[in-house]
Design a protein around this ligand. Structure first.
Ligand code: ATP
Ligand code: AH0
Length: 372
């Protein structure tokens, strides 16, 4: 049952995220006033079936047409199936599924209709988080950094650290929680590091019919092809000054570099590319973080984690080291951001997306037939 969102005080917010790796939908509840995290709550996950994954993947890189419509329907139905049982929620932050992202030319497209979701679930829904930022000159991504700032404060961290999300695409947030507000200059710097698991997942799917390289086992049995890695690192994206962001398939051509390699060597090389992109990213941080806290599915890949430990000049570990939940951080982020949007607070700033000024992005849809 939904309650009106008050101007201040705690809100029980549910965030739902369908990420670029296409594994499934994550949902997580947290209680926040839009500034501080008061506590974390229930979590849920629903994997996409192979058939659903195929429909959504057919929409990647497309801005309109039947494939986009079909993908939107799958995304909405998966969210309704997952969220129907999650009760006692004041507000939902619904990210949707990114199909296409070209902020400097065509914009950014997340599918799934938040207004329809509000009607079906009887709870106000905040959605379309990225468009307002892009319209003000921003990259529209990454958006989790304001939440990372709150997480760093929640975890009692007192100096600069980096949050590294290794999903389909990698993104990094350098955060100094000593600065009181995330939009203060010097509090945050964020950007996408490069491809993370998406190319490896695509390789596993196309060559072996598997969704991902479980435990990094295939990569562990192969050799990194240095020539391919060097060509990958010559891509100008890595030297570009942030903020900067990527579409899921922006590096598809580079990944063709492993096309002639054996399965194991190709997996090892793609894993090394992900780690090397992160190592390149560190040069852009305002100062060396005391540690890199890894979130997202890539932290479960020991080969990738080992490659990061070898190539970074600071300690690396899963975000669980600070008591946070690396499977749910992004879903929680969109619950947190939903409360900020509902309260007129900014969700991005020049340091996180390159937007001209701090802006609150998102559309609020209330159920059209009252409470559900
Ligand atoms: N045990 C594991 N071993 C190896 N890789 C794993 C393991 N668990 C998860 N992964 C990788 O992590 C991916 C899922 O990561 P995650 O859920 O963070 O992605 P996402 O949220 O969809 O992406 P993004 O953050 O780019 O939106 C899987 O597709 C797989 O590549
Ligand atoms: C356009 C888009 O959906 N970008 C995603 C994607 O997945 C990881 C990386 O690329 C990041 O920039 C972003 O997601 C996270 C949740 C973010 O906005 O913080």
């Amino acid at each position: 049952m939904s309650r009106a969102i008050s101007k201040d005080g705690p809100v029980r917010a549910l965030g739902a995220m369908s990420g670029t790796s296409l594994d499934g939908v994550d949902a997580a509840v947290l209680v926040t006033d839009g500034h501080d995290i008061l506590r974390f709550g229930q979590t849920a996950y629903r994997a996409y079936t192979t058939a659903e994954r195929r429909v959504i993947a057919a929409g990647f890189g497309k801005w309109q047409g039947p494939e986009v419509q079909a993908a939107a329907e799958v995304v909405e139905a998966a969210h309704i199936a997952l969220l129907t049982d999650m009760t006692d929620i004041d507000l939902i932050g619904f990210h949707g599924q990114t199909l296409a992202h070209a902020p400097r030319t065509r914009g950014t497209l997340q599918v799934g209709d938040g207004a329809a979701l509000a009607d079906r679930l009887g709870v106000p829904v905040v959605w379309d988080f990225r468009t307002a930022d892009v319209e003000l000159g921003g990259e529209g991504a990454p958006l989790a950094p304001f939440f990372h700032h709150a997480c760093a404060r929640f975890a009692g961290i007192d100096g600069p650290v980096a949050f590294l999300n290794l999903g389909g695409v990698g993104n990094l947030t350098w955060v100094d929680p000593a600065m009181p507000r995330p939009q203060d200059e010097g509090a945050l710097l964020a950007f996408d590091t490069g491809p993370a698991n998406a190319p490896l997942n695509d390789l596993m799917q196309s060559r072996l019919g598997q969704a991902f390289d479980e435990g990094g086992k295939l990569a562990a049995s192969g050799q990194v092809e240095q020539g391919a890695l060097e060509l990958f690192l010559a891509e100008p994206y890595f030297a570009r000054i942030p903020p900067k962001s990527l579409d899921r398939n922006d590096f598809a051509e580079m990944v063709a570099l492993v096309g002639e390699l054996s399965d194991a060597d190709a997996a090892a090389t793609l894993t090394a590319m992900c780690a090397a992109a992160v190592a390149e990213a560190m040069q852009h941080c305002p100062s060396l973080p005391s540690r890199v806290l890894v979130t997202g599915g890539g932290r479960n890949n020991p080969v990738l984690m080992q490659m990061l430990a070898v190539s970074l000049d600071c300690s690396v570990g899963p975000v669980e080291d600070t008591g946070l939940d690396g499977d749910m951080l992004e879903a929680q982020a969109f619950g947190y951001l939903a409360v900020r949007v509902a309260r007129g607070l900014p969700t991005s700033c020049p340091g996180t997306t390159g937007v001209r000024a701090a802006v609150g992005g998102g559309t609020v849809s209330v159920p059209s037939r009252g409470e559900g």
